[in-house]
Design a protein around this ligand. Structure first.
Ligand code: FE
Length: 349
């Protein structure tokens, strides 16, 4: 063997050993460790903004089935209208632990403003594949956002992930607009979250013109005199919808309704809530963790009855629907507590 060839072989072997040892110590795959290292060496550790072209970018891959912690099973399709952070992590990875305070802060700061954080737990070690261990670690690390296990790496592969942690930020149409591998780029990632939260909520696949028209049509106000409302609504509906009354708990039509479909405003027919986001609140009123789209309901401060509450009204006709509280389930932590009488349910065909 020539001397130069020998030197090259020795160098290649050394590089391989460093890569495998480094990956092991950081609990990354060797390929991921190398990718991270190259990213750092080339100064490319600041994240990757992806296409912002609305029409040309497809939706991000759907989350594969797994066990959910802190939440009912979620789908990205049902989270349209919200900005979503998908973070691939595993509990023994210290790079993930270093990233965690930032991810938790984004969840706390922006959850009520339309952000859902989802931790996809893609394990490396055998102990990280045990659901009980993931549950315990999630709790002891103070993670309150939804976590889904990815033991067969189906979601990991679908997103082409190679190292822990890797995060993706999805816009309100479910498209990947930012990704980042490894620690760091926290300010840049937060700026992307803020930018996407401020974007208009357009329906996927529609041209901008169409969605603007649709939005205008959808929330165009309906103004009627109280006399007109009185004629159109029955006395119970008029009392709740127009006089801000409350039906008695466990007496309404929908608190125990488990059928799939859509809940519309009983006064004007605007779609308000989907059965997909309805949950058992135990209150005796139909409860949802998010409206069908944020713009279809309006919230106002209500200090009647000696309490400070947040009233929910229909954005189109201004009718009273109920109140929203911050003790709901994930992904929003909100509980839209509605009067059945304010709603009209239509079953999915
Ligand atoms: Fe309405």
């Amino acid at each position: 063997m020539h001397r130069q060839t020998k030197m090259f072989c020795a160098f290649a072997t050394l590089l391989l050993v460093i890569t495998i040892a480094g990956a092991y110590s950081r609990q990354e795959t060797p390929a991921g460790f190398l990718a991270n290292g190259i990213a750092k060496l080339s100064g490319g550790n600041a994240g990757t903004p992806l296409s912002t072209e609305a029409e040309s970018t497809a939706a991000a891959p759907e989350l594969a089935k797994g066990s959910w912690i802190n939440s009912e099973p979620l789908t990205l399709a049902n989270l349209r209208g919200r900005v979503v952070v998908v973070e691939f992590w595993t509990f023994a990875c210290y790079n993930c632990r270093n990233t965690l305070p930032y991810v938790k802060r984004w969840d706390e700061r922006y959850r009520e403003k339309g952000l859902t954080v989802i931790g996809v737990h893609s394990p490396e070690l055998d102990e990280e594949k045990v659901l009980d261990n993931v549950r315990k670690e999630t709790a002891s690390l103070g993670i309150h956002y939804p976590v889904v296990t990815d033991n067969d790496y189906a979601t990991w592969k679908a997103y082409g992930v190679e190292a822990w942690p890797t995060l993706f930020v999805l816009d309100k149409q479910g498209r990947i607009r930012w990704s980042h591998v490894g620690e760091g780029a926290y300010d840049e990632t937060e700026a992307v979250i803020q930018k996407l939260l401020a974007e208009e909520n357009k329906s996927s696949g529609q041209k901008t013109e169409t969605s603007k028209t649709e939005k205008t049509t959808r929330i165009e106000k309906i103004m009627k005199s109280e006399e007109e409302w009185k004629k159109e609504l029955n006395p119970e509906q008029y009392y709740v919808l127009r006089q801000k009354g409350t039906e008695r708990a466990f007496t309404g039509k929908y608190w125990d309704n488990h059928e799939h479909g859509t809940y519309f405003c009983a006064a004007c027919g605007l779609p308000l809530f989907s059965s997909d986001t309805k949950f058992e609140s135990g209150t005796g009123w139909p409860s949802f963790y998010t409206p069908i789209t944020a713009e279809n309901v309006t919230v106002e401060n209500d200090s009647s009855l000696g309490m400070t509450r947040t009233e929910v009204i229909c954005s189109r006709c201004g009718s009273h629907l109920g109140h929203v509280f911050d003790d709901g389930p994930q992904p929003t932590g909100l509980r839209y507590c509605m009067n059945s009488v304010s709603l009209k349910f239509e079953k999915k065909p």
